[in-house]
Design a protein around this ligand. Sequence first.
Ligand code: KIV
Length: 272
Amino acid sequence: MSAAVKEVKRMTTHVIRNMKAQGEKISMLTAYDYSMARILDEAGIDMLLVGDSASNVMAGHETTLPITLDQMIYHAQSVIRAVKRSLVVVDLPFGSYQGNSMKALDSAIRIMKESGAHSVKLEGGEEIVDSIKRILSAGIPVMGHLGLTPQSIYKFGTYTVRAKKEDEATKLMEDAKLLEETGCFAIVLEKIPAALGKKVSESISIPTIGIGAGPYTDGQVLVSHDLLGITKDFKPRFLRRYLELYDMIKGAAQEYSADVKSGGFPNEKEQY
Ligand code: KIV
């Protein structure tokens, strides 16, 4: 354990920023419910993201667009009840902050007040900077999100690697600088070339948290359901599966069903 997180009882945005200064990598995973959040918090994951990917992995939608602010608050409340140490970041969902900084502030305040979360995350750069400023003015920590921004999927049409072209890479660099200057405490970089992830991470003082952005970012984030192999067909190059829970859970359910049908469950010890 490094100096930055030594004896830290609770992760804060201050500790997260310090970790970059001390050269310590930051771990982040998504969590949407109490049971999973409890395990990930106990495992020592530095930050838990109540991501709008809940729209995909929890609700089965094709995109992140349908999830509502009320639903995000419900997920955040469940996560917060479990957490003792991790810093909890909650995504502002599509339609709750774009183009209207007062609405953005209202949405962020609802998340903080009704869930007890510690910070919010917004997708985008220069085009949403007014919303970020207003949220920050209320004392709410903000994490940025650049590169592949899934809430804009209908603008781009695909989930392919972003900022491969020079003009897009330049805009991303400028946006990262702007988010730093505006006061974001960290930035997620999603699905960009590793070389660009390195360049951005070296050019700003706040931590970058990569997902498909190579090994040089200051931290990494994955969707827990992907890392655990609960999602089945999603296999991007950047994903490392640490378990294959889909098949394990299916196998356990099949075994249970067979036991019920054969009368093997419950046995003598499993009854009153
Ligand atoms: O919603 C989410 O899970 C995210 C991560 C992919 C960073 O934003």
